[in-house]
Design a protein around this ligand. Structure first.
Ligand code: SF4
Ligand code: F3S
Length: 107
């Protein structure tokens, strides 16, 4: 079991989550973060930190977001680790909670 970053992180990338992760298992892409399921220790600390409520336990990923379980596993192997907070993307507040952001995921 691991925690999973889902669609609402796309185009936001607030990065509050990385500040609390004790094992630095977040990895950064152009406009999205993922969690390496092989490194996540299920501590639950990141979930409440995300202003976009994008993080879920693998067994609580909302219906329709199941694809993100595989995306986190896959992309975390090629994207670099991020362990320090940085500025959110410029239009993060406008994009937060917008539906249908999956199409904008950049690799
Ligand atoms: Fe890191 Fe804990 Fe979140 Fe897993 S649950 S990504 S170990 S903060
Ligand atoms: Fe993304 Fe939320 Fe972290 S928007 S970068 S999962 S704080």
């Amino acid at each position: 079991m691991a925690f999973v970053v889902t669609e609402n992180c796309i185009k936001c990338k607030y990065t509050d989550c990385v500040d609390v992760c004790p094992v630095d298992c977040f990895h950064e892409g152009p406009n999205f973060l993922v969690i390496d399921p092989d490194e996540c220790i299920d501590c639950t600390l990141c979930e409440p930190e995300c202003p976009a409520h994008a993080i879920y336990s693998e067994d609580e990923v909302p219906a329709g977001m199941e694809e993100f379980i595989q995306l986190n596993a896959e992309l975390s192997k090629s994207w670099p680790t991020i362990s320090e907070v940085k500025s959110a993307l410029p239009d993060a507040d406008e994009w937060k909670d917008q539906p249908g952001k999956r199409q904008y995921l950049e690799r």
